[in-house]
Design a protein around this ligand. Structure first.
Ligand code: SAH
Ligand code: SF4
Ligand code: F3S
Length: 453
C-alpha cells in the first residue's frame, strides 16, 4: 500500500537538493510525495543559520503536532522527522522539547532514513505490545567516515529544467558568526566521475541547466579518474563538454577561493552563465578581520575586476551582514560605499543573529534598533541598484530559458542568463527563446518573443 510523504524545506539550495534525494529514496520504498500537510511521514528539512529559522521550526512543529493528534484520533499515525542543520545542531534537545517528534537526522546521515523508519516501527510495535516502555525517538546525528553521496539514489523519476547538483559540502572557514562548519561538518568534495555520472542522469531526464552546489563550492578539490586532485575550473570544463547542457552555474563561492584558473574559466566556457554570487558580508576591513573572512575589501574588488576582464558582461550578487558586534556607523558606511562601487545586480542582506556556540555570539552586541535601521538603509540602496540593473536590460535581446509553469494558467517562468525572471505565454518548458526586453522591474523583466533559438 502506498504511503504518503510531506517534505517542508527551509534554508539554502543544499537543503533543496537533499530534500529531492530524500524524496527519491523514500519514493523507492513506496512513499508518494504530497503537498497535503497530513501524511504518513512529515519531514522538516531545517536551517539553523539565524535565530528566526530556529524559532520557525518550533512554531511549525507545534502545528504538525496538532495534525498528528487529529490523525491519531482517527486511528492513523503520523511520523514526524526533523532533518537538516537544526537537527544536527540541536539533536536530542528537539526530542526533549518536542517529544512528539519521532526522528531527528542530520544532513550527513539521512541516507539512513529507511533503516531509521524500520527501527521506529519496531519501537512502536513494542509499545503496542504493552511493554509499557516510554517511547524514545530515533536520533542520528553523527559525522560518518563514509560519504553520503555514495549512499544516495542516483535515479530520479522526473527532472526539472533547472537542477541542483551538490559537489562539495561542509566548510573549514569558520567565519565567527556562522553555524555551517558545525552543522555540515568538514569540507568534502565528491569525485569528478561521480558528479559527471549524476549530471548525465539529469540530462537524460531533460535537465537543461545545472547549478553546482557547495557551501564553499569554489573550494572544490575532488579526484579525477586518475586519482589526481583537481579544482572547480577542471570540473566546469568537463561538464561543459556534455551534449545537451545549455547552462551551467555554481554557488556559493568564497572570495578567497576565486583562483585565477577559475576566473579564466568564465571567459572560456560559453555555457557558464555570466552571473556570480560572491558574498562579501561587509565593506569594512576591520569587521571582515573580526569575522575571520580572510580577505579585505581590496582583495574582493580585485576579484570582481578580474572577473569582469575575463567576462565583460558578468553581473554579481552578494550576501551582507549588518550589525556584527563592534560595527560602528563608519564601518557600516564602508559597506554602503562598497555597494556603490560594485553595483550588485542582486543581493541578500541580514541583521547579524548571534548563534550559540559561535565566537561572535559572546561579544558585545549591537542594539536591535540600530541593526534594523542599518538594514533598511542598505536594502534601499541594494534595491536601487537591482532596479537599475534590470532597467539596463531594456532594448536588449536576451536568451530566456523556460524553466517552469507560472502561477497563472498558460504562464511560463523563464530566466535570463543573469537569473532575472521573465514571464511568457508561449514556448515549451526546456526551450531557450530570444526575448526583446521592453521593461525592467525590481523583480522581473517584461519582453516580447523575437524568435526561438
Ligand atoms: N557559504 C556561504 C553561505 C553561508 S550562509 C558563504 O560563505 O557565503 C548564507 C549567508 O547567511 C551568509 O553569506 C551570511 O551573509 C548569512 N549569515 C550566516 N550566519 C549569519 C548570522 N549568524 N547572522 C546573520 N546572517 C548570517
Ligand atoms: Fe559560513 Fe563562512 Fe563557511 Fe560561508 S565560509 S559557510 S559564511 S563559515
Ligand atoms: Fe541553513 Fe544549513 Fe543551508 S544552516 S543555510 S540549511 S547549510
Amino acid at each position: 500500500m502506498s504511503k504518503t510523504l510531506h517534505i517542508k524545506t527551509f534554508g539554502c539550495q543544499m537543503n533543496v537538493y537533499d530534500s529531492k534525494k530524500i524524496e527519491d529514496m523514500l519514493g523507492a520504498l513506496g512513499y508518494t510525495s504530497t503537498p497535503e500537510l497530513t501524511a504518513d511521514v512529515v519531514l522538516l528539512n531545517t536551517c539553523h543559520i539565524r535565530e528566526k529559522a530556529e524559532d520557525k521550526l518550533f512554531s511549525d512543529l507545534g502545528r504538525f503536532h496538532l495534525l498528528k493528534k487529529e490523525r491519531q484520533n482517527n486511528g492513523q499515525d503520523m511520523v514526524i522527522v526533523v532533518a537538516g542543520c537544526s537537527a544536527q545542531a540541536l539533536g536530542a534537545h528537539i526530542l526533549k522539547r518536542a517529544p512528539y517528534v519521532d526522528m531527528v537526522v542530520g544532513p550527513q546521515t539521512y541516507y539512513h532514513l529507511p533503516q531509521m523508519l524500520a527501527m521506529l516501527q519496531r519501537r512502536k510495535d513494542e509499545q503496542v505490545e504493552g511493554e509499557n516502555k516510554p517511547f524514545k525517538g530515533v536520533l542520528e546525528t553523527g559525522f560518518p567516515k563514509i560519504s553520503k553521496f555514495d549512499q544516495l539514489p542516483q535515479t530520479s523519476l522526473t527532472g526539472p529544467v533547472s537542477a541542483f547538483l551538490s559537489i562539495q559540502e561542509g566548510c573549514d572557514k569558520f567565519c565567527t558568526y556562522c553555524v555551517v562548519p558545525y552543522t555540515r561538518g568538514a569540507e568534502y568534495s565528491r569525485d569528478v566521475e561521480s558528479i559527471i555520472q549524476e549530471a548525465r542522469i539529469l540530462l537524460e531526464k531533460g535537465v537543461k541547466e545545472i547549478t553546482l552546489l557547495g557551501q564553499n563550492v569554489n573550494a572544490y578539490h575532488g579526484k579525477n579518474a586518475n586519482g589526481h586532485v583537481v579544482g572547480l575550473s577542471f570540473l566546469l570544463q568537463r561538464l561543459a563538454e556534455l551534449p545537451d547542457l545549455k547552462r551551467l552555474r555554481y554557488t556559493t563561492s568564497h572570495p578567497r577561493d576565486m583562483t585565477d584558473d577559475l576566473i579564466q574559466a568564465h571567459g572560456q566556457i560559453d555555457i557558464l552563465m555570466p552571473f556570480l554570487h560572491l558574498p562579501v558580508q561587509s565593506g569594512s576591513d576591520k569587521i571582515l578581520a573580526h569575522m575571520n573572512r580572510q580577505h579585505t575589501t581590496e582583495f574582493y574588488l580585485e576579484k570582481i575586476n578580474a572577473l569582469k576582464n575575463a567576462r565583460p558582461e558578468i553581473a554579481f550578487s552578494s550576501d551582507f551582514i549588518v550589525g556584527y558586534p563592534g560595527e560602528t556607523q563608519e564601518d557600516f558606511q564602508k559597506t554602503c560605499d562598497l555597494v556603490e562601487k560594485v553595483q550588485f545586480a542582486q543581493a541578500y542582506s541580514f541583521m547579524y543573529s548571534p548563534r550559540p556556540g559561535t565566537p561572535a555570539a559572546i561579544q558585545d552586541q549591537i542594539p536591535g534598533e540600530v541593526k534594523a535601521e542599518r538594514l533598511q538603509i542598505l536594502q534601499a540602496l541594494l534595491r536601487q541598484h537591482q532596479l537599475a540593473f534590470n532597467r539596463s536590460m531594456e532594448g536588449k535581446v536576451l536568451p530566456i530559458l523556460l524553466e517552469k509553469k507560472g502561477q497563472r494558467p498558460g504562464q511560463i517562468l523563464g530566466r535570463s542568463p543573469f537569473m532575472q525572471s521573465v514571464y511568457l505565454s508561449q514556448g515549451a518548458l526546456g526551450q531557450e527563446i530570444n526575448v526583446q526586453i521592453t521593461s525592467g522591474f525590481l523583480n522581473s523583466l517584461k519582453g516580447e518573443v523575437v524568435d526561438h533559438v
